[in-house]
Write a protein that binds this ligand. Structure first.
Ligand SMILES: [Zn+2]
Length: 115
């Protein structure tokens, strides 16, 4: 659902230089390809700025992402519980149902005529 934003090449290069080529979480030189972590996830309003970027080894990146996903699920569960009954009621009252009911009928007729 959330589009994952990527850092620009320039930001990555600057961050790698800033970190001195060492993972900013564990301080070790990343084995294989280095990764770039969003300090604040895009879903939480984090951007692709230099400040929101961390030069990271794969292990630390995975560890942080897993932790984040777990935390996020917890939040979503609470949120869904809180407004779960409010959402459908709000949609029904908007009157959009009529529009979606009339539009596809015309297309459907065209389609069946061609068959
Ligand atoms: Zn690391």
């Amino acid at each position: 659902m959330t589009k994952r934003l990527e850092f620009t090449r320039k930001t990555k290069a600057e961050r790698a230089l800033h970190a001195g080529g060492l993972c900013e979480y564990c301080g070790l030189k990343p084995k294989g390809a280095a990764e770039y972590d969003h300090v604040k996830e895009a879903a939480d309003g984090g951007d692709n700025s230099f400040e929101n970027c961390r030069f990271s080894c794969r292990e630390c990146h995975i560890r942080k992402t897993n932790h984040y996903v777990k935390e996020r699920r917890k939040h979503e569960r609470v949120r869904d519980k809180a407004n779960g009954s409010l959402k459908p009621r709000y949609r029904m009252g908007s009157g959009n149902n009529q529009h979606s009911a009339t539009r596809p009928v015309g297309k459907l007729r065209e389609f069946t005529g061609a068959e």
